[in-house]
Design a protein around this ligand. Structure first.
Ligand SMILES: *Cc1c(COP(=O)(O)O)cnc(C)c1O
Length: 370
């Protein structure tokens, strides 16, 4: 029997439109600070129905600039989720502010607004909820707490809140990421959306060494960074935006098929269903293994049978850097820890075939002995 090809965890949808877009930029000779940057920003903002968008070099860079724009400074506290990619917790530290964790909702896996409220002190200057795995965080509940909000929407392109606002379209600085496993990719890259023209101007300046838009070549009026996104990347982003609906539909199709194929495995928890009008923008398909299952052994057994998977996500507060810097330990955020200990990301991308989905599901069922 010929060996079956491994089912990868993620794979971007790329083709002729992206190739043509890149070649056009190369031939134009303007590889950066050119016309594709505002074109991509405007198309992205229009898609989300928000006035402004700022293209940046990564989601992490976007989080950094968005927190600066929200007024986060040395010594401040930012309340956020321990169940996220580490970038969201790291970003406050770039400004010598402290990420203060609060536990998550066991159903949506998003930051629990009541726990966040309890973590607020007189040093808290911003809230940083994450739309984890593309499921909309409860923004109205965070808005009621009356503090500036920066949204980590890096996993949530295509998600919609209960009131029909697209995630990223509520006006707070919201940050998207375009790494190759995201809903839309530019290789590396990110975008900050905002309704505030002053925040747009500040981020545009600070991503470009602190230059004001109307200033001469060597005049800088503030500290800045090089967090620019190239015209090559923006051209890829524009091509990807044209096919975003099809890619999102592909992810939703795969998720629906997984739900059918994985139904009835005792103790296995699937991603929460959309409820109350919230719509997930599918990013990953993460299952929680039945209690008592050896996760590492399960991942190893899947790998031996040609199915990639990974623990996703580990709890941030239990990572070595966070333990050593802030004295966190087991038991600090029990809901997050329970979820993080059982979570496994399965192969998930728009072009996953029926056969591959079937194979992943059958293999997982077999490995779990169900
Ligand atoms: C992908 C991601 C980011 C940003 O990642 P970059 O690699 O810097 O683009 C931030 N937060 C979350 C939750 C993410 O999934």
């Amino acid at each position: 029997m010929p060996e079956q090809e491994e089912v990868p965890l993620a794979r971007p949808v790329l083709g002729e439109p992206e190739e043509a877009a890149v070649i056009e930029v190369l031939r134009s000779g303007q590889l950066s600070l050119g016309p594709r940057v505002p074109a991509f920003e405007q198309a992205f903002a229009a898609r989300l129905g928000v006035p402004h968008a700022c293209a940046v070099s990564s989601g992490t860079a976007g989080l950094h600039l968005a927190l600066r724009a929200a007024g986060v400074r040395d010594g401040d506290e930012v309340v956020t989720s321990p169940f996220s990619f580490p970038a969201s917790a790291n970003a406050p530290l770039f400004e010598r502010a402290r990420p203060v964790f609060a536990d998550i909702d066991p159903h949506t896996l998003n930051l629990d607004p009541a726990a966040a409220a309890a973590a607020i002190t007189d040093r808290t200057t911003a809230l940083l909820p994450i739309h984890i795995f593309g499921y909309p965080a409860d923004l109205p509940a965070f808005e009621a707490l009356g503090l500036p909000i920066v949204e980590d929407a890096c996993e949530a392109l295509g998600a919609v809140h209960a009131d029909r606002t697209p995630v990223g379209g509520r006006g707070h600085p919201a940050v998207f990421g375009f790494y190759a496993n995201k809903q839309l990719t530019t290789g590396e890259g990110g975008m900050v959306t905002t309704a505030d023209a002053a925040i747009k101007a500040q981020i545009d300046s600070e991503r470009n060494q602190g230059r004001a838009a109307d200033m001469g070549w060597l005049d800088f009026d503030r500290l800045g960074f090089n967090y620019r996104l190239s015209d090559i990347a923006c051209a890829i982003g524009l091509a990807q935006l044209d096919r975003l609906d099809a890619m999102l539909a592909g992810r939703a199709r795969v998720a629906a098929r997984y739900r059918e194929a994985l139904a009835g495995i005792e103790g296995l928890e699937l991603p929460c269903e959309d409820s109350g009008g919230n719509v997930r923008g599918w990013f990953v398909f993460v299952v929680q293994l039945p209690r008592g299952t050896d996760r590492d052994a399960t991942i190893g057994a899947l790998r031996e049978r040609g199915v990639q998977s990974k623990p996703y996500l580990p709890a941030i507060h239990l990572m070595t850097f966070y333990r050593e810097s802030f004295g966190h330990r087991e038991g600090d955020f029990p809901v997050c820890e329970d979820v993080a200990a059982r979570s496994v990301a399965l192969p998930f991308f728009p072009e996953l075939t029926e056969g591959q989905i079937e194979r992943v599901a059958t293999t997982l069922r077999h490995v779990l002995g169900r």
